[in-house]
Write a protein that binds this ligand. Structure first.
Ligand SMILES: Cc1cc2nc3c(=O)[nH]c(=O)nc-3n(C[C@H](O)[C@H](O)[C@H](O)COP(=O)(O)O)c2cc1C
Length: 260
């Protein structure tokens, strides 16, 4: 990677690795970022060895301070080094049962070994917390989420999680993109399905623009985030109507026998 380029590292938490929708969406964002000259790298957790933190506490003993028992036994230190080098991080995860993927959480839990839990500080948001290795985690970041459902509620936990993460870790959140209804539109693999949902093209274009904005301005505008995350169901006022149970009951009647 050249010296002056913006470096973007995307951490892909999908258990399907480079076969999944998360990978597809990361690539869309990278397409835009590369057009603005960014150096982009995807870290596919599913292809790497990431042990589960055992909670043994060895990393917080005097003798082994900030050294995880798995340090030379898996790929986490290598990932941390890539995160150190990056200017902007993307945490990209599918929704698994109303939350981030297990793999993403297992990876994030390993952060614990990089903070001295006996040294206290106030975060920039004024929150009481322990020391963190700022060179790894306290970086501008984007959350990129995908799922199959169309409800806003489905991604609520992940959004809240990363807001909290940002406030404790002094990591500025510079964008959130939620791509719902993935299955309906064929997870980026079905031109036929996409044709039935023309707004998906607007969304993908916005994700590409998000990559451009991220590289040029260091953040994604709220207009682009909104476009990228928009509802794609071709029913007038769907975003409003989907908040009403009577509408969803009617819709359910219509689609109950459909194969999607
Ligand atoms: C274990 C598991 C749990 C899931 N839970 C949800 C869910 O709660 N809500 C939802 O909308 N989609 C859910 N999905 C669907 C995925 O979020 C969706 O297909 C996503 O696009 C997958 O991304 P990927 O292809 O990158 O893995 C789940 C998928 C799996 C495998």
């Amino acid at each position: 990677m050249s010296q002056n380029k913006t470096k973007i590292a995307a951490i892909n938490g999908s258990h399907r690795g480079d076969r999944g929708y998360t990978h597809f969406l990361i690539n869309k964002l990278f397409e835009g970022a590369k057009k603005e000259g960014a150096a982009c790298e995807e870290i596919i957790l599913a292809q790497l060895k990431i042990n589960i933190c055992k909670g043994c506490g060895v990393c917080n003993t005097e003798k082994h301070l900030l050294k995880c028992i798995y340090e030379e036994k898996d790929d986490v230190v290598m990932i941390f080094n890539k995160m150190r080098e990056a200017d902007i991080l993307i945490y990209a995860t599918p929704i698994y049962v109303f939350n981030m993927s297990g793999l993403m959480k297992v990876f994030i839990d390993r952060i614990n070994a990089t903070g001295d839990c006996n040294k206290f500080r106030l975060s920039e948001s004024g929150l009481f917390f322990h020391h963190v290795s700022k060179d790894i985690y306290s970086k501008p970041f984007v959350t990129l989420i995908c799922c199959d459902n169309f409800e806003n509620e489905i991604s609520k936990n992940v959004i809240t999680y990363f807001k909290t993460f940002s406030r404790f870790m002094d990591a500025p959140q510079v964008g959130t993109i939620i791509r719902r209804s993935g299955k309906l539109t064929g997870h980026g693999e079905s031109p036929e399905k996409e044709k039935q949902f023309p707004k998906i093209f607007e969304s993908y274009q916005a994700i590409e623009n998000a990559g451009k904005e991220l590289t040029a301005f260091g953040k994604i505008s709220s207009k682009t985030q909104k476009k990228a995350s928009q509802d794609i169901i071709p029913v007038p006022f769907f975003s409003l109507l989907k908040n009403f149970k009577w509408f969803k009951k009617k819709a359910l009647e219509k689609v109950k026998d459909m194969q999607i």
